[in-house]
Design a protein around this ligand. Sequence first.
Ligand code: 57M
Length: 359
Amino acid sequence: MLYAALYSLHTTHSIFNVFRYISFRTLLAALTALTISFVLGPVLIRRLTRNHVGQPIRADGPARHRVKAGTPTMGGTLILFSLLLSTLLLGDLTNPYVWLVQLVTLGFGLVGFADDYRKYRRGNSAGLSARHKLIAQSVIAGVAALLLLQVPSFPPIVVMPFFKDVHVHLGWLYLPFAMLVMVGASNAVNLTDGLDGLAIGPVMIAAGTYMIFAYVAGNVKLAEYLQISYVPGAGELCIFCGALAAAGLGFLWFNAYPAQMFMGDVGSLPLGGAIAMVALITKNEIVLVLVGLVFVVEALSVIAQVTYFRWTGGKRIFLMAPIHHHFELKGWPEPQIIVRFWIISIICALLALSTLKLR
Ligand code: 57M
């Protein structure tokens, strides 16, 4: 909105010409999201505390989590509000990709809100059933993927990193593929969100990485030089990614150990889905496995633990899954686990960015 209104003034005041630049609007969107998060964070914490929207702690979890009981949760509402408002203000709202990522973010956010709200009303950690959550996420992801395939310039192909011009044309199979990527990423981030700042750190790193991917994919000269798929209009996703990284940074101020606030499913579910949608649009869906390696390993640790548990009639691979609990039970201090997972995320992001040149 602000972009269209202010840029139109450039005919009379050339200063407003600056709004045509994606880099400028990305910076502005990031500063807007960060400011909103910092200003509204304390207000939200007070509001959640006053309404006793506190985290119930499961008895079967690591003992050290018991002190966290009652920590205000649903802080993801702060992330979503600052992210979506900044994108609406600074994004080009004639760009279908901007609406698609916001649709996924809002849709998954509503599923997470319903889950968190049910936990709040029941006063325990039993929210929506896993089945109902999965169905709701699949419907939202299916609608978003269908709309994505309607965008004329969007190619339903899967691009292989490290190889020039190697891609798989999925045709209508792109629909279930895209749904799998969005729902998988959403639940992987959700599982990872089990220590203070453990999820939001890698989410910010992934958002920054995909900001770069979106910029080069949407720039015909850079795409040609780097020999990657040119996706007209993908550059606008820089504004969304910049706002996401900044909204996450603002939230991290309150989620840093020892956390004053948790994001809740209203935060973890949409953040994974949104990053997945950006990965699909920028044709970097396979490299998402590398960018989001922490999330992938967290999810795989649960799958491996549950499968082995069933196969062996009760034996475990890890002391507890997801894998961050394993390190907790091995005696690693919580901040040490968190910061080491962030370091791994940064290394993975740098390796993922190297695929732009290594092909
Ligand atoms: C999402 N939620 C955290 C917070 C956050 C199948 C099974 C692996 C499912 C899994 C599960 O329940 N996952 C749910 C993880 C929870 O965090 C809340 O949930 C939101 C994210 N969805 O925003 O509102 C707890 O995590 C801690 N936390 C922090 N700081 C944060 O910034 O300390 C969260 C955010 C919070 C708080 O304690 O209460 C969670 O862990 O539930 N289940 C598990 O992860 C359980 N693992 C398990 O059962 N493993 C089994 C089998 C099933 C694999 C095994 O290893 O044998 C663990 N989690 C809990 N208790 N809470 C262990 C048991």
